[in-house]
Design a protein around this ligand. Structure first.
Ligand code: UD1
Length: 420
């Protein structure tokens, strides 16, 4: 199995072109099932999750080619509405294919996406929303069989108990070709939802209110192909900024989404780093020791502090002067990286949803295992700031979300290599 060998202590310096957003690219690829024609999806990151999405499209009969960060799809000859178990298990976000397949094929068979990376991730809101849209759902032998009751999904008024990103995406994907109007109350407001809606509007869909808590979709009879560019990855951006904050140095992120990164940047600024933003650019300079963040860092749905940036910021704050407190409100099991950070010398105490991080003056290299995607990235940030060499294994977690991360870090002067 591949590993990263990282020797810390070098400051990070330079410019980085940020990758396209994984969490936008995946639902947009699912959405490419809906138009009856060809789509050109640009700025797609080359990631294992994106390749898994391409395999799902191929198995449904949608032609899909990934080349030079562009995904080309052609759904004119869609032939299947079943996603095999092994493809569902490859990636948790395979579940957003459900709404899209239902919208286009009026039926679909999927299974519960496997794994328990961040604690239980139920899909009850996805299923109850589809039922409200006139879909019969039954489960047999681990397969979820969905059939439209009256030939076509029906618009519905749906109020979510929690603004789930995936459930909001599934409803939108099913609603754009449904009969009549769908209203989603308490919808997720994440920028990636707006990106998905931007793509769908380019295909002719009628959607308003994305980015707000109420989204209204008027179903169309048909959508057409389009050309679209995926937004930059705000979480990869937060990761590289956290690395620079922890290791020290000066970094310009290009192709960054500034407004969408604000909930993260406003907290990062409190650590004493210099931050400047320009058009699609974020600049950071990190010199002396970081300061702890005084207020509790609460992860919340957008526009709150993003749960996906919690681990990487924690890695940086483990070296700050003073104590920072995190409160994880989105996932039950999102502190699995802390054991590795403690092994590297961090002082972190976890009590349920709270993590208390007492800053230490130095971290040291250690052999650690990536526990999940963002947790693995946090270990990498810590290793780049630590004294000595670290070995990070199970890096397939990291490869799910970061494109050519070792090249990016090396470009900035970090000492990191991938070994077999
Ligand atoms: C998406 C992101 C993930 C991010 C998360 C929260 C993608 C591919 N993934 O995940 O990176 O961390 O949003 O910003 O975009 N829940 C239920 N029942 C449901 C659905 C969700 O209880 O039917 C719960 C989940 O267990 C979790 C919370 O709602 O506790 C938020 O989950 P959700 O917003 O759905 O996250 P994902 O779409 O899975």
């Amino acid at each position: 199995m591949q590993k990263f060998i990282v020797t810390g202590g070098s400051r990070l310096r330079g410019e980085l072109q940020l990758q396209g957003s994984k969490n936008s690219a995946l639902p947009i690829m699912a959405a490419a099932i809906l138009p009856d024609g060809e789509c050109l999806i640009k700025n797609c990151p080359g990631l294992t999750d994106v390749y898994s999405a391409a395999r799902i499209l191929n198995c449904l009969g949608c032609k899909c080619i990934f080349s030079d960060n562009t995904v080309t799809t052609d759904s004119s000859a869609l032939s299947s509405s079943e996603i095999p178990d092994e493809l569902m298990r490859e990636m948790r976000s395979s579940i957003v294919f459900m709404g899209a397949v239902l919208g286009r094929m009026k039926e679909c068979t999927v299974s519960i996406p496997g794994g328990c990376e961040l604690g239980p991730r139920p899909i009850d809101m996805h299923l109850s929303s589809m039922q409200k849209m006139g879909i019969d759902i039954r489960e047999t032998g681990g397969r979820i069989i969905c059939r439209t009751r009256s030939g076509r999904p029906k618009g519905a008024k749906i109020t979510l108990n929690f603004p789930s990103v995936g459930a909001t995406e599934n409803i939108i994907l099913c609603a754009v070709l449904a009969q009549g109007e769908t209203v989603i109350n308490n919808a997720a407001r994440e920028p990636e939802i707006c990106d998905l809606c931007g793509f769908l509007r380019s295909c002719g869909a009628d959607i308003i209110g994305d980015g707000e808590s109420r989204i209204i979709i008027n179903g169309k009879d048909k959508l057409h192909g389009c050309e679209y560019s995926v937004m930059p990855d705000r979480i990869a951006g937060a990761t590289y900024l956290s690395m620079a904050a922890a290791a020290g140095g000066e970094l310009i992120l290009k192709n960054a989404c500034v407004a969408e990164s604000e909930p993260f940047l406003s907290i990062l600024e409190q650590t004493g780093c210099t931050l400047n933003t320009g058009e699609n650019k974020i600049y950071i300079r990190s010199g002396g020791r970081l300061r702890a963040v005084r207020d509790r860092i609460r992860t919340m749905p957008h526009p709150g502090f993003p749960t996906d940036a919690q681990a990487v910021l924690m890695a940086a704050l483990s070296l700050a002067e003073g104590t920072s407190v995190f409160e994880e409100n989105i996932f039950d099991c999102r502190y699995r990286h802390t054991d590795a950070l403690v092994k590297m010398g961090a002082d972190i105490q976890v009590m349920g949803k709270i993590a208390v991080v007492k800053g230490v003056s130095r971290l040291h290299g250690a052999n650690v295992e990536a526990t999940d995607l963002r947790g693995g990235a946090a270990m990498l940030a810590a290793a780049l700031a630590a004294e000595g060499t670290s070995e990070i294994s199970r890096i397939y977690h990291i490869d799910r979300g970061y494109e050519k991360i070792e090249e990016a870090v090396r470009l900035l002067g970090g000492d990191m290599k991938r070994v077999q």
